[in-house]
Design a protein around this ligand. Structure first.
Ligand code: GTP
Length: 238
């Protein structure tokens, strides 16, 4: 059924780890294709979708071993996000959705370099734009990259797809009584150490008045509902 579109342009942050599904490493094609179907459905309804993918299914800069420089580890992590970006692109194009990948580190043979005004034109033409290589600089998370692009592209909302339904008052995995928040303030996230996203990312969203919606990527239909503006999905931070 057609849905009332609430947003013109959205940033969807997909964790790399979520793409691995039950596999423990790399990309689970079933998860990837399910994500692509929902993003594709939303895009076909007319929502302009920008996507930032993480790379934690391959490599996580922050958990580099002793002796591996943090900056180097972060660069490896950025390359990991580019692999995810290309696979997501392929899955989306199989759904008949036009896409462009832009990377923050130039790799012109496989993707466009990040050019803000060009990304905006792609979005206006209905192409899903997938951003790889994070911010292109070490010491920033992919959440921060997504928040930065969200601000640059003037999106209406930042959608953070995760493995849980939303933001809880305590860890829902170890506490069966954990309660999910429907709405939170940016300041709640900062002062209560809710670990939704790192402080740089949440600060960027707050300073640019971009609401953040945290929702479960594995619930069928959720991505599509979130992108189209269903307020019942997950936790809204604003
Ligand atoms: P419009 O000008 O709005 O039609 O955008 P467009 O992206 O279709 O135009 P362009 O002719 O720039 O790109 C055609 C194709 O080449 C698209 O699939 C782009 O993603 C791709 N492309 C453009 N620039 C680069 C680049 O620097 N590297 C790579 N690998 N592909 C590129």
């Amino acid at each position: 059924p057609p849905i009332d579109l609430q947003y013109k342009r959205v940033m969807l942050k997909l964790s790399g780890e979520a793409l691995q599904g039950g596999m423990g490493f790399g990309v689970d094609p079933k998860v990837l294709n399910a994500v692509a179907r929902e993003v594709g459905t939303a895009a076909k309804q007319g929502v302009q979708v920008a996507v930032v993918v993480g790379g934690g299914n391959y490599f996580r800069g922050a958990s580099a071993w002793d002796g591996l420089e943090r900056a180097t580890a972060d660069y490896v992590g950025m390359l990991a996000t580019c692999m995810n970006a290309l696979m997501l692109q392929s899955a989306l194009e199989k759904q008949g959705v036009a896409t462009r990948v832009q990377t923050a580190i130039e790799m012109k043979e496989i993707a466009e370099p990040y050019i803000r005004r060009r990304a905006i034109r792609h979005l206006e033409k209905g192409r899903v734009v997938i951003f790889g290589a994070g911010t292109g600089a070490p010491f920033f998370s992919t959440d921060t990259a997504a928040a930065l692009r969200a601000a640059e592209l003037d999106v209406n909302v930042f959608m953070k797809a995760t493995k849980v339904d939303g933001v809880y008052d305590c860890d829902p995995v170890s506490n069966p009584d954990a309660k999910m928040h429907k709405r939170l303030l940016y300041s709640d996230v900062m002062t209560q150490n809710l670990r939704v996203m790192d402080e740089t990312a949440i600060t960027l969203c707050k300073e640019n008045d971009i609401p953040v919606v945290v929702f479960n990527l594995y619930t069928p239909g959720n991505i599509m509902r979130a992108l189209c503006g269903d307020v019942d999905v997950g936790t809204t931070i604003c």
